[in-house]
Ligand binder design. Sequence first.
Ligand code: NAD
Length: 230
Amino acid sequence: PGKLEGKVCVCTASAQGIGKAVALAFAREGAQVIATDINEEKLKELAAESSNITVQVLDVTKSDAVKAFAEKIDKVDVLFNCAGFVHNGSILETSEEQYDFSFDLNVKSVYRMCTQFIPKMRSAKKGSIVSISSVASSIKGAPNRCIYGATKAAIIGMSKAMASDFIKDGIRVNCVCPGTIFTPSLDSRIRDLPDYDEAIKGFMARQPIASDEASYVTGQEFVVDGGWSM
Ligand code: NAD
């Protein structure tokens, strides 16, 4: 049996990229996956890839839609928050509108999903919340990622606080902080640059190693200590 047999996993922004890969991985491990996104076309393609996956259009910037979505789901074991937008620029190149948009999509979406699903996990006395942050956050200052980094640091802060608030209810809250992952949105950001091949070389050069699945991870400290250091 898979590691997630019998579990229900709710995923946001899962029609492509990291979210899609995670939804498929959950399904391969035997979970019933409810994959959501705003891209209906790509969601349909995802649904066709696994009988363990059902899909639903959900815009995580819409509080009422998130509420209505959550009302239809009684049991949830895993909430996976993946929605995020990469704003490019220093603080001086960030308008108030761009600031608000990034915080709304990247951070408040996590608030919206968690406030709806934590009560369900609480009644079940168990649950796991995993949100996608980034190395560009409180971990590392990346050039031209000022507001993006601020939103991703906020996700880490919010996750640690939730972990501490709900540990007694059997709910675990963690973040994954990826480095550079080749996804459709990264590809289109690179295509916006003057020289695609040069830019790809630049992205490759900033990685200390090139990957076979697990070999992407090296020299990292993963704290798995039952919450002692949080
Ligand atoms: P992507 O940009 O390729 O895909 C994003 C998905 O989000 C799309 O399917 C899009 O339709 C969906 N989406 C956009 N607005 C939405 C909304 N309002 N509601 C619901 N869904 C919405 O994504 P990716 O590159 O795989 O990134 C996924 C997450 O991982 C993001 O939070 C990103 O910041 C983070 N991340 C990515 C990288 C990377 O290198 N790719 C690195 C670190 C962190």
